[in-house]
Design a binder for this molecule. Sequence first.
Ligand code: NI
Length: 178
Amino acid sequence: MAVQRILRMGDARLFQVSSPVTSSDIPNFASVIEDMIETMNDADGAGLAAPQIGIMKRIVIFGVEHNPRYPDAESVPFTILINPLITPLNEEIEYGWEGCLSVPGMRGLVARHANIRYSGLNEKGEQIDRTVSGFHARVVQHECDHLDGILYPLRITDMRNFGFEEELAAQPLDCPPS
Ligand code: NI
């Protein structure tokens, strides 16, 4: 178990599609998941996807409780999610500012589905099935995008809403486009 180096944007692996984990293979990823947890906590991240530490498998972890990187965020239960599937529940879209441990120091305004259902397996191979909204839904969509090789800057529709977090904090732009 160890904190792993987080790949940064520019590393071609972050743009690859990761492969599923077969149920019988889940126990073999226990140490990978431990590494992911240590790495996410070390970086104060809200979530981490396996490809961010160079493991091209469909595993994400996330969870938020008083995260200094997201001081105003609602809490999200700590979750290990394998082979996730996301289904938007309606057409409602919300804009919100996102960051990513693979794009350090930056923030961007990204549109996400406001209400989703997601499912997958936990580290014991048990089924997870949740209906969520808001920040929880955003975190899940962001992390699962990593499994398809999508980093959030690829989803920014107006690049003026992408910048260094220190500059953005000096002139908050939390008025999303309508
Ligand atoms: Ni990310």
